[in-house]
Design a protein around this ligand. Structure first.
Ligand SMILES: [Zn+2]
Length: 434
């Protein structure tokens, strides 16, 4: 029994788009400009597995689960290169997650056939496990990360598993059309349509370079939009554009919020992310793009609908799976107030979350985490972070981070992604913001 007398009880928050592999990078690259950061991150992709091994990624997932839990996020929609570790960590932590093994043959050395076989095995092994808390998705990286051969395989995989969500990045660079043309399509949406991948089970993230017509096509297909405002405004990699929110709203598309790579801008606070979404959209399109109640819905029931979980979570109703959080707003920080949605979206931060319950199980009560060994996770994070710094040559102090004399990018050569980066330039860099 949870005592929430006088407090706000609301559905657990749902992070609709996140990557987790590099959680331990937090703070290291944060003062770089967008392009420098992406180069460092790309080179880390290509060396981390060999140099740092499984313990690095295992710890990243454990730390991400601890962060997610203490920030009131009960469900995450993740896309990563270490999905098996994610399934184990999320399952163990008592949280809920939809996890997609990221498919990207321009980024990973494995062939499309190998990546698709691994994805199939992941689905067979991990989908609908841990009492249904852990589910799988099909997650091609996007128009910039995947070859035509890979898209063909994704179409086949999806016809085998029609109930799974298709989770991908789309239109996140001004070269998106050119990149889609490389796979024989007129534009990124045509690419998805060509392979029968655009429907109500499709989740599209970013859409920064989509136009009004694209917005209508997305809404007509019933696809969902995953918006991650902070990462793009923090680094501003490339030309500034914003997703076509007025057209998406007018067409009735479901737009929800994700943190994307929260470790690059050092925040795991989904409530702050919703605030950024509102401020940046108001900045671009004029005030009152969303009400506070709209934002609350986007973080809960709308996100549950996007993930196909609205019969289980996203609202407090009899028969659902009892995912909820408790927040105390009866404090000088929040009183007096008269508009609860506005308090929850404007003055509350994730640090105000006291208690977290998932699937009826109490995972944190009065800020004491019960489902994870916090001290163990902290010790492992410190150990693995030290190993990361030794590997990269970065030095850190309380004053900031000092890059090594030579970027690790220059120490890596002949990798598939680097060839693509040269070919397409900034477009691919933008794609992997990600
Ligand atoms: Zn992403």
């Amino acid at each position: 029994m949870v005592d929430a007398d006088g407090k706000v009880v609301m559905p657990g928050l749902i992070d609709a788009h996140r990557h987790t592999d590099f959680t331990l990078v937090q703070g290291l690259f944060s003062d770089l400009d967008g392009e420098e950061l992406l180069k460092e991150a790309m080179s880390l992709y290509h060396t981390a597995e060999e140099a740092l091994g499984e313990s690095f990624f295992e710890t990243a997932w454990d730390l991400a689960c601890l962060r997610q839990l203490t920030h009131g996020v009960t469900t995450v929609n993740a896309m990563d290169f270490t999905p098996e570790l994610g399934a184990a960590a999320i399952g163990k932590a008592g949280l809920r997650g939809v996890i997609g093994p990221e498919l990207a043959d321009f980024l990973k050395a494995d062939s499309p056939a190998e990546q698709l076989a691994d994805a199939r095995e992941f689905i067979e092994t991990h989908h609908d496990t841990h009492d249904g808390r852990v589910r799988a998705s099909i997650a091609p990286g996007g128009e910039a990360g995947c070859s035509r051969q890979l898209w063909e395989g994704v179409e086949e995989l999806r016809s085998e598993y029609p109930d799974l969500r298709l989770h991908t990045h789309l239109y996140d660079s001004s070269e998106a059309g050119t990149l889609a043309a490389g796979s024989g399509a007129d534009d990124p949406l045509d690419l998805l349509e060509t392979f029968n991948l655009l429907d109500e089970r499709t989740l599209l993230t970013h859409l920064l370079h989509a136009d009004q017509l694209d917005a209508r096509r997305i809404a007509d297909a019933g696809a969902h939009v995953l918006h991650c405002p902070t990462v793009y405004s923090y680094f501003q990699a490339g030309e500034r554009t914003w997703f076509p929110l007025p057209a998406l709203k007018e067409s009735g598309a479901n737009v929800v919020i994700g943190l994307d790579d929260p470790f690059w801008f050092d925040s795991w606070d989904l409530i702050q992310e919703a605030k950024h979404a509102r401020l940046l959209s108001n900045f671009e399109y004029g005030a009152q793009q969303w009400s506070s109640y709209d934002l609350l819905r986007m973080l809960t029931i709308d996100a549950a609908r996007a993930l196909g979980l609205d019969d289980q979570v996203g609202s407090l109703e009899p028969g659902k799976r009892a995912d909820f959080i408790v927040i105390d707003v009866d404090t000088p920080r929040h009183q007096p107030y008269s508009n609860l949605p506005s308090v929850l979206m404007n003055t509350v931060t994730a640090g105000d979350v006291e208690t977290v319950v998932v699937d009826g199980e109490v995972l944190m009560e009065d800020r004491v985490v019960t489902s994870l060994d916090v001290e163990n996770v902290r010790a492992a994070a410190k150990r693995e972070r030290d190993r990361l710094q030794t590997h990269t040559g970065w030095e850190t102090s309380l004053g900031g981070s000092t890059p090594p004399d030579k970027s690790i990018l220059r120490r890596v050569s002949g990798r598939p992604l680097l060839r693509v980066m040269k070919q397409y330039g900034r477009g691919v860099v933008n794609q992997y913001t990600r």
